[in-house]
Design a protein around this ligand. Structure first.
Ligand SMILES: C[S@@+](CC[C@H](N)C(=O)[O-])C[C@H]1O[C@@H](n2cnc3c(N)ncnc32)[C@H](O)[C@@H]1O
Length: 246
């Protein structure tokens, strides 16, 4: 299923204050993404970060990479409040990263835990190729098919996640893949209600369009307990670092 960016924006804005303490997997991915990108190349003139949120990845990039200019983007303007605490100088472009139109090119385009929301990965990865300088790098994390399988089993709600193979096929049209790694992280909760709060506090509850009623919440919790012995939520991230083809 595809989610309207307006809904994603509204859910993330509501989660921002609680995001950092709840986004355990996203934080892990931000660290790994910055480390792995640095292991390929540490110095970049111009960096563009897409979907910067509260700046978990921004902090890691500041620590681990060298750059001359930084441009950050998110659907919401509210990210600036967080980025102002991390970076002294940066350019901010608010809006949909699929439609972004910066007035210069970049050496690194990087994004953590955001590409899964994109409608057409073929189109955006081509767009980003055209925004990269020669030998420019596209580095991102996203999630594969099995992501949140527990939630999908109960609600039948899921994003159109790509498999590792599908992702590879899309990227190879315009990039040389330097790294493609998969991970699996399972989070444990005391109750299904706690799981739902975790999803809300990390903004990933955009999967359900409207506010759930009390009886829908109860129904979810009951069904969860019928289907699973333990309360878990499994994240299946994919990390990609790719170099633009000529
Ligand atoms: C899971 S959060 C990740 C935030 C941050 N990258 C991190 O590492 O914690 C996803 C972020 O992507 C943003 N986002 C989702 N779709 C977007 C789009 N189409 N364009 C720009 N930002 C988007 C959301 O507003 C949210 O801040």
């Amino acid at each position: 299923m595809q989610i309207n960016p307006k809904i994603i924006k509204s859910h993330f804005e509501k989660s921002m204050d609680k995001y950092d303490e709840n986004a355990i997997v996203q934080k892990f991915l931000a660290e790994v993404l910055a480390d792995k990108t640095a292991s390929i190349k540490k110095d970049y003139d111009k960096i563009l970060e897409l979907g910067c949120g509260t700046g978990l990845l921004t902090k890691q990039i500041k620590e681990k990479l060298n750059f001359k200019s930084y441009t950050a983007n998110d659907l919401t303007d509210k990210s600036k409040k967080y980025l102002n605490k991390i970076l002294k100088n940066y350019t901010y472009i608010a809006g949909n990263a699929q439609k972004i139109a910066p007035n210069s090119k970049f050496d690194l385009i990087i994004s953590n835990a955001m590409f899964q929301w994109f409608k057409n990965l073929d189109e955006v990865t081509l767009k980003y190729k055209n925004l990269l300088n020669k030998d420019g790098i596209l580095a991102f994390t996203t999630f594969s098919k099995e992501n949140f399988y527990e939630f999908k089993k109960i609600t039948n709600l899921s994003l159109d996640y790509k498999s590792e193979k599908e992702l590879k096929e899309i990227l190879e049209k315009n990039y040389e893949i330097l790294k493609l790694e998969t991970y699996k992280k399972t989070m444990n909760f005391k109750t299904p209600l706690e799981l739902l709060y975790h999803m809300k506090n990390t903004g990933v509850n955009s999967l359900s369009k409207s506010r759930w009623t009390l009886s829908e919440v109860k129904d979810f919790c009951d069904k969860y307990k019928e289907n699973f012995r333990k309360t878990t939520l499994t994240y299946t991230p994919i990390l990609v670092i790719a170099k633009k083809l000529d």
